[in-house]
Design a protein around this ligand. Structure first.
Ligand SMILES: Cc1ncc(COP(=O)(O)O)c(C=O)c1O
Length: 402
């Protein structure tokens, strides 16, 4: 039994969209059921079927009930014409580059970003497919403009850069991209809808690792690309169907379930992150804190304009001490877990070593000490501050002796 289409997403608030849009009420169930079938019954005359089509339920690599639910919900939330969901955030990044770029094309990419992004554009795609990439500081629109070449097809940035929290001015970058006749794609994983809507500022394609805030519970992987239908259609046809990085129905269902509570979760993440960033900045053991909601953040004004509902849930900081001391600090934490990933219900911290590749663009103190990337979770704010305070107290004598 299909649900009557009585709700018009464009008239609804994003918090209502997160709960209702996409839900099929299939068979009368109030939630879209998990459909683990990898194939669907064919019509009486199968010669009419387009085996590469993505509109009819045929085969789960083409489309599926749970993918569709998640895609509709994400597109409505982001204010996009269309969305395609894939197996991971990296699959979504690759999908953009594979779809937009051809041999000989040039891409301008942020010089601080998720490690796999750098490997894709610095090593793999140039070596295998002859793509040319230039890495620049995308928080400086003038530097981006100067890097444009006749063969530039794409500018790609993270809205808030992983791991240093540098902020890009998306409106300024969109102006530069469109003046030059190129596309702007942005990875908005650190700023899901609710914190920021990059398409409203002129981005052409938005990428999310759904593994992070959108799912929010640390138990599934997924990725999405969103934008105009003419850009999403080829990604779905070429990258999803023919390259095959499809999301599993179960993961799509889990992520849809997580997405329902994202509006409430984001509020708590941002409220705690602001309080914790201020706390860390007040401690003498802390050498530097980067959180876009702190007035000393280098792109504070851009952040205030772009993120009026909260400056995210990620904090970068470093202690007055070397890697061994930072490891000791992390091992003293009792509530916060040392693990990669971010945007989960539980707080996660990871030490990014100064010896990681591509740290040359980090602030000098991060190049000397490495940095701690802290994903502020949904625990009670004071419990998190107490945990950090106790760990700082424990390592403080080592810092005083430095
Ligand atoms: C900004 C950003 N983009 C993309 C990814 C990749 O996402 P996934 O791990 O889902 O492939 C990550 C992962 O940490 C990320 O932080």
């Amino acid at each position: 039994m299909a649900r009557p289409d009585k709700m018009q997403p464009e008239t609804l608030d994003w918090r209502t969209i997160a709960i209702h849009t996409g839900n099929t009420h299939m068979g009368g169930a109030i939630r879209t059921p998990i459909t683990m079938a990898n194939s669907y019954e064919l019509p009486e005359d199968p010669t009419t079927v387009n085996w590469s089509g993505t509109d009819t339920l045929l085969y789960t690599r083409n489309t599926g009930v749970n993918q569709r639910d998640l895609q509709q919900r994400l597109a409505a939330l982001e204010g996009a014409e269309d969305a395609v969901v894939l197996a991971s955030g990296v699959a979504a990044l690759h999908a953009v580059f594979f779809s937009v770029l051809s041999a000989g094309d040039h891409v301008i990419c942020t010089d601080i970003g998720y490690v796999a992004l750098r490997r894709l554009l610095a090593d793999l795609l140039p070596k295998k497919y002859g793509i040319q990439a230039t890495f620049v500081d995308t928080s400086d629109p003038g530097v981006v403009r100067a890097a444009i070449r006749p063969e530039t097809k794409l500018i790609h940035t993270e809205v808030i850069a992983n791991p240093t929290n540098r902020v890009a001015d998306i409106n300024a970058l969109a102006g530069i991209a469109h003046e030059a006749g190129t596309l702007l794609s942005v990875d908005s994983t650190f700023t899901p809808p609710g914190w920021y809507w990059p398409l409203r500022d002129g981005a052409d394609l938005v990428v999310h690792s759904l593994t992070k805030y959108v799912n929010g519970h640390g138990d599934a992987m997924g990725g999405a690309v969103l934008g105009h239908r003419e850009l999403i259609d080829p990604i779905r046809a070429d990258v999803q169907v023919d390259v095959g990085g499809v999301i599993s129905p179960f993961n799509a269902w889990l992520i849809t379930r997580g997405l329902v509570t994202m509006p409430l979760r984001l509020r708590q993440h941002a409220e705690s992150a602001q309080a914790i960033a201020e706390f860390l900045a007040s401690r003498p053991e802390v050498a530097r804190v980067d959180y876009p909601g702190l007035p000393h953040h280098p792109q504070y004004d851009v952040a205030q304009r772009q993120f009026p509902h909260g400056a995210g849930g990620m904090i970068a900081f470093t202690l007055k001490g070397d890697a061994t001391l930072q490891n000791r600090f992390v091992s003293e934490l009792r509530v916060v877990t040392s693990a990669v990933s971010l945007g989960h219900d539980e707080s996660l911290i990871v030490q990014v070593s100064k010896d990681e590749p591509h740290t040359e663009n980090f602030a000098p103190i991060y190049q000397r000490n490495g940095l701690l990337r802290f994903s502020v979770g949904l625990e009670h704010t004071q419990d998190l501050i107490d945990d950090l305070a106790a760990a700082l107290d424990a390592v403080a004598p080592g810092i005083a002796a430095d």
